[in-house]
Ligand binder design. Structure first.
Ligand code: E4P
Length: 215
């Protein structure tokens, strides 16, 4: 399973990259705003800065909602760096834009997926990645992980190559459950990834070994 980090914070991206387990980055307009990145020029530069830190795919989201706008924006994003994946919302024109980019050989990430039907459409349009938001589904009392299970079955039934990118991951158990189901990728905050490291028995066991080593 691939690990993507879900942030636009360069220090956190570098920390995850240095850990040696990072396969890519996802961003969105809210994450860019959180880092105080404003203005088109600064936003484009920030994407390049991210691409220069990592060795994997970097999702950069369009903000247009019509086909022509998404194509224009997506083409400009794709030209920034070979690692850029154009992130496109799951709307009617978004599906058309994904199909267009697929035919151009440009990678896409279909975002804001909340149902199996949406996931099916994204795969048929040829999306490289398709992002179901599991945490946001949990927030409205709907089982986000069950959606990942359903999409896994559907994609396997037909051999779709679109990768299931479990997004809106909130904690380490989301990551573990996604791995059990067979999600291709998870994107998570750094805190959820580093939480996988932790176990009290590891800490107490190491403390004991280090104490015994001094004897
Ligand atoms: C995915 O690509 C999104 O950036 C992200 O996972 C959204 O997560 P949130 O629900 O924590 O905002």
């Amino acid at each position: 399973m691939k690990f993507f980090i879900d942030t636009a914070n360069l220090a956190q991206i570098k920390e995850a990259q240095d850990l040696g387990v990072l396969d890519g980055v996802t961003t969105n307009p809210s994450l860019m705003a959180k880092e105080g990145i404003k203005g088109q020029e600064n936003i484009l530069k920030h994407y390049v800065d991210i691409c220069d830190i990592v060795t994997g795919d970097v999702s950069a989201e369009v903000i247009s909602t019509d086909f022509d706008g998404m194509v224009k924006e997506g083409e400009a994003l794709a030209k920034l760096h070979p690692r850029i994946v154009v992130k496109i919302p799951m709307i009617k024109d978004g599906i058309k834009a994904i199909k267009y980019f697929t035919e151009q050989g440009i990678k896409t990430n279909c975002t804001l997926v909340f149902s199996a039907g949406q996931a099916l459409l994204a795969a048929k349009a040829g999306a490289t990645y398709m992002s179901p938001f599991i945490g946001r589904l949990d927030d409205v009392s709907t089982d986000g992980l069950k959606l990942i299970e359903d999409i896994r079955i559907i994609y396997d039934n037909y051999g779709y190559e679109t990768e299931i990118l479990a997004a809106s991951v909130r904690h380490p158990m989301h990551i573990i459950e996604c791995a059990k189901i067979g999600a291709d990728v998870i994107t998570a905050p750094l805190s959820a990834i580093t939480a996988l490291l932790k176990h009290p028995l590891t800490d107490s066991g190491l403390a004991q070994f280090l104490a015994d080593a001094k004897k």
